[in-house]
Design a protein around this ligand. Structure first.
Ligand SMILES: *[C@@H]1O[C@H](CO)[C@@H](O)[C@H](O)[C@H]1NC(C)=O
Ligand SMILES: *[C@@H]1O[C@H](CO)[C@@H](O)[C@H](O)[C@H]1NC(C)=O
Ligand SMILES: *[C@@H]1O[C@H](CO)[C@@H](O)[C@H](O)[C@H]1NC(C)=O
Ligand SMILES: *[C@@H]1O[C@H](CO)[C@@H](O)[C@H](O)[C@H]1NC(C)=O
Ligand SMILES: *[C@@H]1O[C@H](CO)[C@@H](O)[C@H](O)[C@H]1NC(C)=O
Length: 412
């Protein structure tokens, strides 16, 4: 029933987009409404053997969400070739395609993990509910990032796909509610398991040693500006790293300031970057919103590949505060570790929360802090406790096996 109006909708887009204009499309929202059929087919439930048995409505929500994402992606894709003339629009469009693709992966993992007992392929193993929750929360954030990017483009593409994004998010939120309810129910069991487990499958026992080892001794590839390594840029070494590697692949980046933007794409699994120290090995970019990049795309270093580890280096964005959003690091990757790394950049967005608690030493006086709306000086330990390693990233369940030293709670 829905197929003929959608076909019409797509046709309309192609006709309009073939005109040599950037931003003067008119009245195409009508075609969007036909992009929302919702599958009502009940799916089979989970095989036995797990503590979380997803309901048929949960599974059908996931399927509907995946269908919806496909539709929004194909709609967004129709803009990708026609809007080259405006960097910000074209990068917002390509961000959205990438982000929706990420959501689609995350929901596919959610689906396959909630349907089988097989946690060997994705994520962290047995902590099923926590994984499902992580993936679905990430999938919820992606659409917002997409929308933020488009929001800065003058509103036209934004208004076209807003409905689709809203629909995706409301479906994901439905699914998340079910996961959250199940998590409450299984809270006791989860707590018990958390202490026993702690060895996610993506981390080999050897990672602990890698985090302490001399980089030159363990590197698969070396980056050096003076030509003494295999590559002279980090991006080249990352591009040459094996795809979907089940084993850790270590890139040693020798001392130097690398003026480049690096993207660890989602197929680059288990990559580890080791530098010569914070402030010694520096990856330095300067993309910013003001210069036409989306916030998402302004990142000097972006990680989507799972199992990423960085050690002893600095990632910076030097665009400066007058350039508005200029992000040093973006990490979409599940279970990344940044060990003894420095980050510097600027961001003044409204979608963000900054807080500090009980700082001391030079610069700790609160008198000359920025006046950003997201900035908070916390004075209440119960508030600050929500941002500890244990609570905020559930660190006790996975950090021990990486060898990273950390403090789980508040020590003041
Ligand atoms: C868009 O629609 C308005 C009326 O709503 C019209 O005045 C304008 O010319 C149209 N623009 C294009 C490019 O069709
Ligand atoms: C836009 O399309 C809708 C539905 O096709 C139509 O009712 C409306 O009059 C159109 N608006 C303009 C400004 O052309
Ligand atoms: C579990 O995942 C592995 C690796 O992808 C696959 O070979 C195996 O068939 C899966 N088992 C089940 C029961 O789905
Ligand atoms: C890097 O160079 C070393 C020494 O020449 C060589 O043994 C190694 O295989 C090279 N690695 C890569 C990834 O090219
Ligand atoms: C801490 O987080 C919990 C749930 O994440 C929230 O309900 C609670 O209000 C937060 N506490 C404070 C003091 O912010």
């Amino acid at each position: 029933m829905a197929s003929s109006p959608s076909a019409n909708g797509v046709l309309i887009f192609f006709l309009l987009l073939s005109a040599p204009v950037c931003l003067s499309l008119n009245n195409t929202t009508a075609s969007l409404q036909s992009h929302c059929p919702r599958s009502k087919t009940p799916r089979r439930g989970s095989p036995a053997g797990s503590s979380f048995v997803p309901s048929t409505s949960f599974l059908s929500t996931l399927h509907s969400t995946l269908d919806e994402i496909k539709k929004v992606m194909s709609l967004v894709s129709t803009f990708s070739s026609s809007l080259d003339c405006d960097l910000r629009v074209s990068s917002a469009v390509s961000d959205c395609i990438e982000l929706l693709d990420l959501s689609s992966d995350e929901l596919t993992w959610t689906l396959s993990n909630s349907q089988s007992n097989n946690a060997s392929t994705e994520g962290t193993g047995g902590k099923r509910l926590s994984d499902l929750h992580t993936w679905m929360s990430a999938a919820l954030g992606n659409q917002d990032t997409c929308k933020d990017g488009l929001g800065g483009t003058g509103g036209f593409v934004d208004s076209l796909i807003a409905k689709g994004l809203e629909k995706v998010n409301s479906l994901v939120a439905d699914g998340l509610r079910e996961i959250a309810a199940a998590a409450v129910e299984h809270a006791g069991e989860k707590g018990g398991r958390r202490r026993l487990m702690g060895f996610p499958e993506w981390v080999s026992a050897g990672d602990r040693r890698l985090l302490q080892a001399q980089p030159a001794a363990v590197a698969n590839a070396v980056v050096a500006q003076d030509g003494s390594g295999n590559y002279t840029t980090v991006a080249a070494a990352v591009a040459a790293a094996p795809a979907e590697s089940p084993r850790r692949y270590v890139i040693y980046v020798k001392k130097g300031v690398y003026k480049e933007n690096v993207e660890v794409k989602k197929k680059k699994w288990n990559l580890m970057l080791v530098g010569d120290g914070m402030g010694q090995t520096v990856i330095s970019g300067s993309r910013s919103y003001v210069d036409g990049w989306t916030t998402y795309r302004s990142a000097t270093f972006a990680v989507a590949g799972k199992g990423f580890i960085a050690r002893e280096l600095t990632i910076e964005n030097t665009a400066g505060p007058q350039k508005h959003q200029a992000v040093a690091l973006r990490s979409d990757s599940d279970l990344s570790v940044f060990y003894r790394c420095g980050f510097s950049g600027y961001q003044d967005t409204l979608t963000l929360y900054y807080a500090e608690y009980m700082n001391y030493g030079p610069g700790s006086g609160l008198g000359r802090r920025v006046k950003w709306p997201g900035y908070h000086a916390l004075s209440d330990a119960t508030k600050a406790a929500n941002f500890t390693v244990a609570r905020f990233i559930d660190g006790n369940s996975w950090l021990p096996s990486t060898g990273v030293k950390y403090i789980a709670g508040l020590t003041v």
